[in-house]
Ligand binder design. Sequence first.
Ligand SMILES: Cc1cc2nc3c(=O)[nH]c(=O)nc-3n(C[C@H](O)[C@H](O)[C@H](O)COP(=O)(O)OP(=O)(O)OC[C@H]3O[C@@H](n4cnc5c(N)ncnc54)[C@H](O)[C@@H]3O)c2cc1C
Length: 414
Amino acid sequence: MTSTKPASCDIAIIGAGQAALQTIASLKSGGFDGAITLLGGEAFLPYQRPPLSKKFLNGTFERDRLFLKPDNYYTDNNVDVRLNTYVTHLDPDDLSLTCADGTFLSFSKAVICTGSRPRQLPVPGHDLENIFDLRTIADIEAMQPEFRARAKMVVVGGGYIGLETAASARQLGVDVTIVETAGRVLERVTKPELSDYFHALHTTNNVEILTDAQVTGFIGDTSVSGVALPNGDTLTADLVVLGIGIIPNTELADAGGLTVDNGVLVDAVGRTSHPDIYAAGDCTNHPNALLDRRLRLESVPNAIEQGKAVASDILGQPAPYTAIPWFWSDQYDVKLQIAGLSDTADRHVLRGNYADNAFAIFHFDGTQLVCVEAVNRPAEFMAARQLIKEAAGGRIYDPDMLGDETIKPKSWLS
Ligand SMILES: Cc1cc2nc3c(=O)[nH]c(=O)nc-3n(C[C@H](O)[C@H](O)[C@H](O)COP(=O)(O)OP(=O)(O)OC[C@H]3O[C@@H](n4cnc5c(N)ncnc54)[C@H](O)[C@@H]3O)c2cc1C
């Protein structure tokens, strides 16, 4: 049968996730009326991933609520949506692309929004049943039937995804063991104080956490029944969830000759090394003028801000992306909100108490405030983004003032 889909468009958006949807929404609200084609490898319209490891996994958030826009948004806005359509080749010289089903599309501009994929664990038994990644709706729907009370789950990786999965599983009565190769949970993204807090939060909720522990293999006939550790011990497992990090999907850009270095290299408005090809979201590496360095971020706010920046440039009103990075995580009844990055910090001050499950940690790099980690402290988080921005501009904050509970966060901004 001959396809009736057009073979050319003004803007081809590759990948149908958070960054893609934001690019489209910003183009449309900016008055763009050209032909947009959205090509997504998954079976679904763009959806939000954060609930996947949180309320969608524990069954308190329905699937319909995941979608970023209703179906009719795309038809109403004349967006040609092609789902289950995986782009296999991008030709920057010819301004064209090819899909796995053989479809060819030429474009005036393309936006690469291919996101990232879960890192795999190539140990013996890795292909047994009931070993799951956690990235997509399909992943969750495959693992959900196994989330039964008293089922034994091993989570490999004590990062945010692993910890959130553990919390959701505990809320359903699943027995959980986390196996983390580093010396502490969240080691890649936080300082020891917050790692200690989350370690204690999970052990209080009866999660067993093994640190400095590696998985050497999975045991089972067709389905996983155990997880092997280097000391010869085996953890019983009815299911395993892998949360060992992600890899940015840069292959299309790389094969097309675009510059890739820990992500598709883009400028502050999302332009790649080719003038007509942009990129946004998890797959990119972008400059942050406020922090004076390049970053590859894995967060919704980053995908949104980059999508806006790309659209602004296409619309001829370039608005560079310069936001302070921020992130959140929900585990049990704890909401963590983080503004800034703590990797360069060398000292901190605590506001509140860990034991109250309500505190904020202010991290400094020398005298510069660089990051605030707020647990159940929305007022501190709200102020933090502005404080860090001003600190990047040279303002010095007194750590004692930030730690003093008698001084309200609102007054920091005046
Ligand atoms: C379980 C989970 C929980 C999270 N929780 C949080 C959170 O609490 N807070 C937060 O800030 N962030 C969170 N994140 C991260 C956040 O969801 C991502 O940073 C965000 O989705 C990135 O958006 P994106 O558009 O770059 O990529 P995605 O949303 O991943 O979209 C990329 C899409 O492109 C498709 N694709 C890839 N290659 C191709 C191709 N060649 N052709 C066609 N399609 C292709 C993919 O299949 C995918 O659908 C979470 C992520 C996960 C998985």
